[in-house]
Design a protein around this ligand. Structure first.
Ligand code: GDP
Ligand code: IMO
Ligand code: MG
Length: 429
């Protein structure tokens, strides 16, 4: 039996949380390997709605849930999310939940810096989630981060704090901000440390142990390939690698553990935050997609930008991330459209392109070339088998998989966990 790595193949919010939750009951462990609480994953199980940002979506089914070293962890957010979920009846303890003790911490100073930079950038802002993700990753690669394991050694932190403060105090002075209050920071960390440390361990050991015992591991990506810091629409990206390969480096299991790469693909396209978006619709059709798809951010509540399905971008994401098969989500949102369009190529200053160029100016300048198809009048909403789908909806799915050169493994037809069509079981591969 294979492991499965779930990644977003567009700009995030493809429905990863729903699919991970659906797959989690077949897995023995669910692992987050990058990102932080910039993610927003909504799970609908009967009457209950769970909104997760930092915790792996497997926690809801009680599956062993692990936060890997590739994640940046805000300890105060962790506590509030754990408490919120416990309030919804979800069991979270050190048997079913573990955090890598080598995870870098997101500190209040990171959140402040994120906000200060965005405010200073004005119209050129990235449109971040404001959660301090970028600054925390910068400190990680800058070798001045505080990590989860440091929380057990707060009385001997002076050299680390010196490095951290020297860097940040200079930046803060540039923004007219006072230096970091070291004593206040230490006190806050002392207060939160026991809560985090009860779950902290070298998770690579537990993961390797369960792997050897034949466990099926489900890796849960956050964001999407087009937000990847290398492959995405730079600089309008997040600060981590969101591609499937990160599952290995961000968890402490080798690349062979990645298994079946399941790309989550929305049947149309959305983006939240700034940056290029070739198929964006700023008209009634875009509004209709947003309304039908309830396209508002889970984390920030921001309205998501909407547009037609972009087969060029999705084909590129699938190639870059080695996607084995896709889960096509939110097909039901296209129900009732008389015509649907798919972007099959771009025109850049008169030249036809079959891929998305790297330069920001070219990315902003490409014009989509569309293929138009008839929509379907029947409904796909709530369909649980292929036979429930209108013939024209099947044609749309087939055209999508042909254009992106990747087969469909799952189709999702509503937010509800069970409204899912299994075409090819990723764990059986
Ligand atoms: P994620 O970040 O990839 O986990 O996606 P989000 O949870 O941020 O956004 C996806 C939204 O669409 C959530 O509100 C889901 O409940 C919802 N959703 C997921 N799959 C479907 C689907 O097939 N149809 C519809 N209508 N909604 C879906
Ligand atoms: P999930 O896991 C959609 C976007 C932000 C912004 C950019 C950088 O729910 O799919 P950051 O705070 O990461 O520095 O912001 O990335 N972004 C997301 N967009 N879904 C997400 O996560 C996102 N996480 C970050 O809107 O454009
Ligand atoms: Mg989301």
């Amino acid at each position: 039996m294979a492991n499965v790595t779930v990644i977003g193949a567009q700009w995030g919010d493809e429905g990863k949380g729903k699919i991970v939750d659906w797959l989690a009951s077949r897995a023995d462990a669910v692992v987050r390997f990058q990102g932080g609480h910039n993610a927003g994953h909504t799970l609908v199980v009967g009457e209950q709605v769970y909104k997760l940002s930092l915790l792996p979506s497997g926690i809801v089914t009680g599956t062993l849930s692990i936060i890997g070293n590739g994640v940046v962890l805000d300890p105060w957010h962790l506590k509030s999310e754990v408490e919120k979920l416990r309030g919804q009846g979800v069991e979270i303890n050190s048997d079913n939940f573990a955090i890598a003790d080598n995870c870098p911490l997101i500190l209040p100073v990171h959140r402040e810096l994120d906000g200060l930079r965005e405010a200073a950038a004005g119209a050129g802002k990235i449109g971040t989630t404001g959660r301090g993700i970028g600054p925390a990753y910068e400190d990680k690669v800058g070798r001045r981060a505080l990590r989860v394991c440091d929380l057990a050694h707060l009385d001997s932190m002076e050299p680390q704090l010196d490095r951290l403060c020297a860097h940040h105090d200079a930046l803060r002075a540039g923004f007219g901000q006072p230096p970091i209050d070291r004593e206040a920071l230490l006190n806050e960390l002392r207060e939160i440390a026991p809560f985090v440390l009860q779950f902290a361990e070298p998770v690579w050991r537990r993961l390797n142990k369960v792997k050897k015992a034949g466990a099926r591991i489900l890796f849960e990506g956050a964001q999407g390939v087009l937000l990847d810091v290398d492959h995405g629409t730079y600089p309008f990206v997040t600060s981590s690698n969101t591609v499937s390969g990160t599952a290995a480096s961000g968890s402490g299991l080798g690349p062979s553990a990645t298994g079946f790469v399941l790309g989550i693909v929305k049947a149309y396209t959305t983006r939240v935050g700034s940056g290029p978006f070739p198929t964006e619709l700023e008209d009634e059709t875009g509004q209709r997609l947003g309304e039908r798809g309830h396209e508002f951010g889970t984390v920030t509540g921001r309205k998501r930008r909407c547009g037609w399905f972009d087969a060029v971008l999705t084909r590129q994401s699938c190639a870059i991330s080695g996607v084995t098969g896709i889960a096509l989500t939110k097909l039901d949102v296209l129900d009732g459209f008389e015509k649907v369009k798919i972007c099959t190529g771009y025109r850049l200053r008169g030249k036809v392109m079959d891929y998305y160029p790297s330069h920001a100016a070219d990315q902003a300048a490409v014009e989509p070339i569309y293929e138009e198809m008839d929509g379907w009048q029947g409904t796909t909403a709530g369909a649980r088998s292929w036979a429930d789908l209108p013939a024209q909806a099947i044609k749309y799915i087939q055209r999508v998989q042909e254009l992106i050169e990747t087969p469909v493994a799952l189709v999702s037809t509503s937010p509800e966990r069970e409204d899912t069509i299994l075409v090819r079981d990723p764990f059986a591969d």
